[in-house]
Design a binder for this molecule. Structure first.
Ligand SMILES: NC(=O)c1ccc[n+]([C@@H]2O[C@H](COP(=O)([O-])OP(=O)(O)OC[C@H]3O[C@@H](n4cnc5c(N)ncnc54)[C@H](OP(=O)(O)O)[C@@H]3O)[C@@H](O)[C@H]2O)c1
Length: 376
């Protein structure tokens, strides 16, 4: 029986994680569940899963406490609760499914406390991959990726020596605008949110539409698999069946395939290195017939090259990449800026930024906080 903290339990990854747990009730015990605003859903989840603690933004603390007054579930606020959930000595696995830069602190605390981190929050590694790796080396913490691409790479690398990797081929669905040839300047919020293959939270849906998500995933792969950015190739694969591939030094390519459903990579991160049954529709190659591959249009989707330049620059530049992007995505979702302004603003802010080399964790938070104060 493993004890779990599930952070971001009310989101899209949170939903899929809890569905996985429903099938694995004998393997996992939930100690903590967290959310930010959605206290009503968190109260319902608490009644169903009976964790010891729930964690919510302080604004909704009293409302949540009232809804749970007839239960034994204790309520904490984000400030203290996320630290407790990632440092409690009884917790074996922290699922970090918080969206955006607010996921960084829990990843850091979990890494400091030697936890297994089932990581959906890729933004943590974009902002502070080197610092998180250094902490994990010190404490024995381990990241098991939830992102389907990185789970596919981990599965393709099973039993292989990482020094035999020649390159990683990161597949991308291409998002809702993959077939567009003309400018994306005037695309609507609804169109940008309409991902063809995956149903996800709003922020990652927009990141997929700009393809910044793929840039983030390239940076995530650099840190997870200790590779230089030029060893990672991005290829459009609209069917989202091959979740990524590894080419080895002898030319052999190993891939992981499956129908797109986040329950599979989430379950693998929780049961790793074991596999257990998962009752989902199975891949039928006869029905699928063909799979397609093409290069991304790097002019229409400049985010890919902006992200690659940021990781090549290193230091605090990927922090600026992440946080300016996050703020601009929310501005786009509120109708305040155009779709193409998201990446334009990221480029402009990176150009103005005075890079700090080898930043400490505190310096990373300082850069992040300064950007939130100035641009939000
Ligand atoms: N969705 C996918 O299929 C998918 C696939 C791969 C990777 N990911 C990654 O997984 C992460 C979560 O994505 P998602 O699609 O599940 O997002 P989502 O549906 O928007 O859910 C986000 C979760 O984070 C919580 N949250 C938001 N802001 C917070 C804050 N300031 N402090 C604490 N908690 C906060 C939300 O609580 P409330 O509900 O109360 O707002 C919610 O529980 C992202 O990093 C994303 O890139 C997602």
């Amino acid at each position: 029986m493993k004890n779990l903290s599930i952070l971001g339990a009310t989101g899209s990854i949170g939903d899929s994680t809890l569905k996985v747990i429903d099938n694995l009730k004998d393997h996992f015990n939930i100690l903590y569940l967290s959310a930010n605003n959605n206290y009503k859903k968190l109260a319902d989840l608490a009644k169903k899963y009976n964790p010891e603690y729930v964690i919510i933004d302080k604004e909704f603390y009293s409302d949540l406490k009232e809804l749970l007054s007839s239960t034994k579930v204790k309520v904490l606020t984000n400030e203290d609760g996320l630290i407790q959930a990632t440092s409690d000595s009884r917790v074996h696995v922290v699922v970090n499914a918080i969206v955006g830069s607010f996921g960084l602190r829990p990843t850091i605390t979990a890494a400091e406390n030697g936890k297994i981190i089932a990581l959906a929050n890729k933004e943590s590694l974009v902002m502070a991959g080197e610092n998180v790796n250094a902490l994990m080396k010190k404490t024995g913490a381990k990241i098991l990726p939830i992102d389907s691409e990185h789970s596919a790479i981990l599965q393709s690398l099973n039993g292989e020596d990482y020094s035999t990797i020649n390159k990683i081929i990161l597949t991308a669905s291409g998002g809702p605008f993959r077939d567009r040839k003309d400018s994306l300047e005037n695309v609507s919020i609804t169109d940008a949110l309409a991902h063809p293959n995956w149903s996800m939270g709003n922020k990652i849906s927009i990141d997929s539409a700009t393809m910044m998500n793929k840039g983030f995933e390239l940076i995530e792969a650099v840190h997870l698999f200790d590779l230089k950015p030029d060893r990672i190739e991005i290829i459009i694969h609209p069917e989202s069946i091959i979740h990524s591939m590894v080419e080895f030094i002898d030319g052999s390519v190993i891939a992981q395939l499956g129908l797109p459903d986040m329950m599979l990579p989430i379950q693998y991160s929780l049961t790793y290195p074991n596999r257990v049954e998962l009752n989902l529709p199975r891949l039928n190659l006869h029905k699928l017939g063909t799979m397609n591959f093409s290069d991304p249009d790097r002019k229409l989707f400049p985010a890919i090259d902006v992200a690659i330049a940021a990781i090549n620059e290193g230091g605090t530049v990927p922090v600026v990449l992440n946080t300016v992007n996050e703020i601009m995505v929310y501005k786009f979702l509120k109708g305040k800026i155009k779709f193409t302004d998201i990446v334009k603003n990221v480029e402009e802010e990176i150009a103005k930024h005075k890079k700090i080399d080898k930043p400490s964790i505190d310096q990373i938070f300082e850069v992040n906080d300064e950007i939130w104060k100035r641009l939000h």
